[in-house]
Design a protein around this ligand. Structure first.
Ligand SMILES: Cc1cc2nc3c(=O)[nH]c(=O)nc-3n(C[C@H](O)[C@H](O)[C@H](O)COP(=O)(O)O)c2cc1C
Length: 222
C-alpha cells in the first residue's frame, strides 16, 4: 500500500481525465473505499452508496447520458455565461444547445473503472431546506466521501475526476443502474492510472479565500 505524505496528497490531487491502460485492481479499489468510508456525514447516518462499474457497455451508456448536460455546459460557456449556474437563466436556445458537438472521448469510457456515488436522501439532514435558495447542505453528507475517494486514490498512485454532467439525466441513470427512488446520484468518478500527474495545481491563495471575523474583514494572512 503506497503511503504518501498527507501534505503531498492534499496539495496534488488534481482532476485526472486521461488514463493509461493499467488496471485498477479490486484490492486497491477496496482499500481506497476502506479509507474513504471514514468521511463524515450529517448525524453520521452514512447514507452513501458507491456502485463500482467496470462493464464497458454500461460506461458507454453513462458517457452518452452525460452528453445533454455537457452540451448545455459548452453552449453557455461559448455564450459567455456561467454554465448551469442556478442564479443565472440559461440564455442559449434549445436548438443551439442541441447542435453542440461533444467530444466522444470521455473519461467515463476510458478509465478502467467508474464509481457512481449516490446518497440516500431519506437519511440526510438538510438544514437549508426552507431557505429561498438552492440547497447545498444535503450534498455535504456525500461530497466529503467523494473527495476522500479521490484523495485515497491519489495516495495509491491513481487519479480520477469528480464529474456531475450525467446528473442532468438522473432518472435515466437510476433506471440503468437500478438505483432506488430515494437516492440521488451525487457524482461519477472515473478512476485509473493518470497518464501524467500534475504536481502544481492552480488554486487561490489563503488570503483570497479567508477573512478575519467578517466576510468583509481583512484577508486572513499572517
Ligand atoms: C462539483 C464539481 C463538478 C464537476 N463536474 C465535472 C464534470 O462534469 N466533468 C469534468 O470533466 N470535471 C468536472 N469537475 C472537475 C473540475 O473541473 C476540476 O476539479 C477543476 O477544474 C480543477 O481542476 P484541476 O484539479 O485540474 O486544477 C467537477 C468538479 C466539481 C467539484
Amino acid at each position: 500500500m503506497a503511503v504518501m505524505d498527507f501534505s503531498d496528497v492534499i496539495r496534488t490531487t488534481g482532476a485526472t481525465r486521461q488514463f493509461t491502460d493499467d488496471p485498477l485492481p479490486d484490492e486497491v479499489l477496496e482499500r481506497i473505499l476502506d479509507n474513504a468510508r471514514f468521511s463524515p456525514s450529517g448525524g453520521n447516518r452514512q447514507g452513501t452508496h458507491a456502485i463500482v462499474v467496470r462493464d464497458p457497455q454500461t460506461r458507454d451508456q453513462l458517457a452518452e447520458l452525460a452528453v445533454p448536460g455537457a452540451r448545455r455546459y459548452i453552449a453557455q460557456l461559448r455564450n459567455g455565461e456561467g454554465p448551469w449556474n442556478p442564479l443565472q437563466p440559461c440564455l442559449v436556445d434549445a436548438e443551439t444547445i442541441a447542435a453542440v458537438e461533444v467530444p466522444t472521448g470521455s473519461p467515463l469510457r476510458e478509465a478502467p473503472v467508474v464509481l457512481v456515488v449516490c446518497v440516500d436522501l431519506a437519511v440526510v439532514a438538510a438544514f437549508d431546506q426552507h431557505l429561498d435558495r438552492i440547497g447545498v447542505i444535503a450534498g455535504a453528507s456525500v461530497y466529503p466521501f467523494v473527495w476522500s475517494i479521490l484523495l485515497a486514490a491519489r495516495n495509491e498512485g491513481y487519479g480520477g475526476v469528480l464529474t456531475t454532467a450525467v446528473v442532468a439525466e438522473e432518472p435515466r441513470v437510476k433506471e440503468l443502474l437500478g438505483i432506488p427512488q430515494d437516492y440521488a446520484v451525487a457524482a461519477l468518478l472515473p478512476l485509473g492510472k493518470p497518464v501524467r500527474q500534475l504536481t502544481k495545481l492552480t488554486r487561490k491563495p489563503v488570503a483570497e479565500i479567508a477573512t478575519r471575523e467578517r466576510f468583509d474583514g481583512e484577508p486572513f494572512s499572517t
